[in-house]
Design a protein around this ligand. Structure first.
Ligand code: NDP
Ligand code: 8X3
Length: 254
């Protein structure tokens, strides 16, 4: 098992859901966490919880490359050697058909889920290459393996994450840098609240009538990935609620 004590993990989207659970989990393994997000009050609360020595917070929008570079190219000396990158920030925005979908939603999904992930990676990967060590975990989705009605653009963004993950594994193969993807099915987080633009009723109905995954279930997989011995790379993981068979087939008792 890898000794992770004192190693640095940078997590995007650490202010809620999967990213927040991951920050807590990796901190519990002795890692130091760089927690990123746009909501300062959430970042401050995480710092209070995990302690100032163990957590550096960075507030930036992954869509803005200047903000990304401003934050990541000037890390304090003690936080520069990022060992693990968790590319997690992302969301669905709206549910809409190809003929009627909202192009602002499309822009946001492509800008956050694809371009944002690339900007952050571009800022972090060169340091890993120089140090010849690292672990990257890209959070994809079942939506990166299948396509469902009215989710075409979100699915396209997550298919892109799947391709980027594979591309990173090829390009980083000369180095001791492991590249992994986790593709979750339905996880009960703020994801649907964002997709449905704050509509609590629509959002909670997504998770009713079955037992959805919880963010901690994804943190379990992440812990497994990062604690493997250095000769093992868990390359690709699809995790579903037991009652989910595909994006469109969930056994619900309502
Ligand atoms: P949440 O909505 O709970 O969390 C999303 C996180 O992404 C937040 O911390 C948010 O932080 C951050 N984020 C969103 N937009 C930006 C942005 N422009 N700049 C910086 N950070 C941003 O959802 P989840 O935890 O569920 O989602 C995490 C990842 O998991 C996403 O990539 C999602 O696609 C994926 N996923 C989720 C599934 C689910 O069913 N929940 C299933 C499969 C994959 P802030 O708002 O503070 O910026
Ligand atoms: C999130 C899972 O099926 O709601 O990526 O798109 S789904």
């Amino acid at each position: 098992m890898m000794n992770l004590t004192g190693r640095i993990a940078l997590i995007t989207g650490a202010t809620s859901g999967i990213g927040q659970a991951t920050a807590r989990r990796l901190a519990s393994l002795g890692m130091k966490i760089i927690a990123c997000g746009r909501r300062p009050e959430r970042l401050a609360a995480l710092k209070d919880e995990l302690g100032e020595e163990n957590l550096l917070t960075l507030e930036f929008d992954v869509r803005n490359q200047d903000e990304v570079n401003g934050a990541l190219n000037h890390l304090p000396k003690a936080w520069k050697n990022v060992y693990m990158l968790v590319n997690n920030a992302g969301n669905a925005h709206g549910l809409g058909s190809m003929q009627e979908g909202d192009t602002n939603d499309w822009d946001t999904m492509i800008d956050v889920n694809v371009k944002g992930l690339l900007y952050v990676s571009k800022a972090i990967l060169p340091g890993m290459v120089v140090r010849n060590e690292g672990q990257i975990v890209n959070i994809g989705s079942i939506a990166g393996k299948e396509v469902y009605p009215n989710g075409g653009v979100y699915c396209a963004s997550k298919h892109a994450v799947d391709a980027i993950n594979k591309g990173m594994r090829l390009d980083l193969n000369p180095y001791d840098i492991r590249v992994s993807a986790i593709h979750p099915g339905l996880v009960e987080t703020e994801f649907s609240l964002v997709r449905f633009k704050g509509d609590q009723e629509k959002s909670s109905s997504v998770y009713q009538g079955y037992s959805p995954l919880q963010a901690d279930d994804i943190a379990d997989a992440l812990e497994f990935i990062v604690t493997r011995p250095s000769h093992v790379n868990i390359a690709d993981v699809l995790i579903l609620p037991a009652e989910q068979a595909s994006s469109t087939m969930v056994r619900k008792s309502l």
